[in-house]
Ligand binder design. Structure first.
Ligand code: CP
Ligand code: NVA
Length: 315
């Protein structure tokens, strides 16, 4: 396969903000090429030939883990998977773990809790490149796949409007950043006390282009009025399981059901990063409806993460 691979300037991909607008567009374009070529059964760019990528997952994962494993292998490399108790369990410091890994691998994919912990890990090595596979605050790999799924449907997201209804969490943060960078308006509706943290909300406004707006509120009906897409995610994220019952009561008015979707524009798309908690944040009739693109989002995790790895391998 002959394709020009753009390089990613930033050492790490800890946030959508690390990409910049041009690199974000390049990553999505490259992912679309990888997707087309894979469907045609054509060989991929073997940019990871003879190399390993480390996967360090401190929380469960189906999509992110499987997609990274396949992406690395389809780019000619292989993965190593030190267990999370070895990597993060206090057996040795995280920075010493990083300084070992940098002797073996060019890239580490990390799913952990605090973003600050990920940043410390990334700072411990000047040469090893770190990818955020989800933290409590951000989920940038998810946003790449989401943008590709929307672009596939619409051609461009510029000038469209997406509503995120539910918890102002990691998925909401990265989605909002990527959306406004590409010129899509974002409306966030959360219960009071579950807003995006102030720093992340400010970051979204800082990176908006093409007149994209970011509005926050507490009324799900107002947020979805005439929008082109509605997104939701779990009411209790990984690490918040003990609070799930309390949250279920608070978040019930934010459930995405047929009545809420009826307020959106005709043919409005439904998105969810998955795993879904059917009957909680979304009903079966919405997630299984013809305008639901949740499995396109899931499929695109492979193509977008492959593009990201290729761009990080070609510096
Ligand atoms: N959407 C997502 O990141 O799924 P996993 O937690 O299964 O990786
Ligand atoms: N907000 C969810 C996303 C899961 C992919 C979580 O952090 O658990």
């Amino acid at each position: 396969m002959i394709v020009e691979l753009p390089a990613l300037e930033s050492k790490d991909f800890l946030s959508i903000l690390d990409l910049g607008s041009e690199a974000l567009e390049q990553a999505l374009a490259l992912a679309a090429v990888f997707k087309t070529e894979r469907l045609k059964g054509r060989p991929h760019a073997h940019v990871l030939e003879g190399q390993h990528v480390a996967l360090l997952f401190e929380k469960p994962s189906l999509r992110t883990h499987a997609a990274f494993t396949m992406a690395v292998r389809e780019l000619g490399g292989d993965v190593i998977e030190p267990s999370s108790d070895v990597a993060f369990g206090g057996r040795e410091s995280a920075s010493d773990v990083a300084r070992n890994l940098e002797r073996w691998v060019p890239i580490v994919v990390v799913r952990t809790f605090a973003q600050a912990r990920l940043e410390r890990f990334a700072a411990a090595s000047a040469r090893m490149r770190i990818i955020n596979a989800l933290t409590d605050e951000e989920h940038p790999c998810q946003a790449l796949a989401d943008m590709l799924a929307l672009i596939e449907r619409w051609g461009s997201v510029k000038g469209r409007t997406i509503a995120f209804v539910g918890d102002g969490n990691n998925v909401a943060a990265s989605l909002a950043q990527a959306s406004v960078m590409l010129g899509m308006h974002v409306r966030l509706a959360t219960p009071e006390g579950f807003e995006l943290n102030a720093g992340l909300a400010a970051s979204v406004r800082d990176v908006a282009r093409f007149g994209a707006t970011f509005t926050e509120g507490h009324d799900p009906v107002a947020a979805v009025q005439d929008v082109n897409a509605v997104y939701t995610d779990a009411w209790a994220s990984m690490g918040q399981e003990d609070d799930a019952e309390r949250r279920a009561g608070i978040f019930q008015p934010f459930q995405v059901n047929a009545a809420l979707m009826a307020r959106a524009a005709p043919e409005a798309l439904f998105l969810h990063c998955l795993p879904a908690h059917r009957g909680h944040e979304v009903t079966d009739e919405v997630i299984d409806s013809p305008t639901s693109i949740v499995f396109d989002q899931s499929e695109n995790r492979l193509h977008t993460q492959k593009a990201l790895l290729a761009m990080m391998s070609s510096r």
